[in-house]
Design a protein. Sequence first.
Length: 258
Amino acid sequence: MSQRVNWRLWRIGRTGPIEFLVLVFLGMFMTSLDAFNVQTGNLALRIVYWLTNLVGGGVIGALIEPVLEHAPALAARPRLRAVAQIVAMTLPITVLVWAVSGLMGMSRLNLRDLLGYFPSVLVVDIVVVGLAWLIRLATGVAPAVGPVADANPLAEQLEPRLGRASLIAVEAEDHYLRVYTTAGEALIYLKFADALQTLGAGDGLRIHRSWWVARAAVDAVRWQNGRAELLLSNGVRAPVSRTYAGDVRRTSWAKSSV
C-alpha cells in the first residue's frame, strides 16, 4: 500500500505547494495590474514574464533559506533570518529579472538596466517573504531554527505550534514549568525534576535550581563577582547560581562570554 504524501514535507528548502501556488497567483495578479509597467502589450508574454520571475525567484529564495538556517548568528533568530534572506535573495533575483527582461526584449542587457531593477525586486521580495511567513503561521509550519533542529523533548506537553519549535529554556514555577521555545512560551503542569529526566539527552545545561537552557539558544554569558547570567536568543536573561557556575565555565558556548 502506498504511503500518503505529507505536503508539508514536499519542499525546496522550506517552500511547499501552497507557497508555490501563492507565487503563481501573485504572478497572475501582477499581470492583471500590469505592475511596474512591463514593456509589452502581449498578455501571454506578461504572464510568462511574471510567472518565470516569481516562481524562479521563489526557488532562489528557497535554496538560500536552508543556508541561512545553518548560520550560527541566524540559526535561533527567525525574524533576523527573514531579513537576511530578503537581502541575500534580492541580488540574484535581480539578475534573473534582468536576464529574463533582456531575453524577452523588454530591456537591454547592460549594467544600468540591471541596477534599475533592484528597487522593484526588493519590494516584491519583501512581499513574498512576508506572505510566506503568514502562510506558515496559518498552516502551523513554524520557521526552522538551528542547523538541524532537534526534536523538542517536551513536545507532547505543548500545543503543536510550540511542540514543533526548538526549545530555548525551561523555568520551574512551583509545580509548573514555563517552557520557552522559538515560537513562544507556555506554562505546563510538570515537575522540574521530571522535566530534567526528559531533557537529559538534550544539548543543554542546568544552570540554576529552577533553570535549564539549550546551549544553542545562549547568545552571551555575562559574569560579575563570580555570578553569571545567560542572555538567551529570545531576550530572556537566565540566572546562573554559584552551584552551577563551574559547569557554565566549563561549557563551550557558541556565542560570546563577557
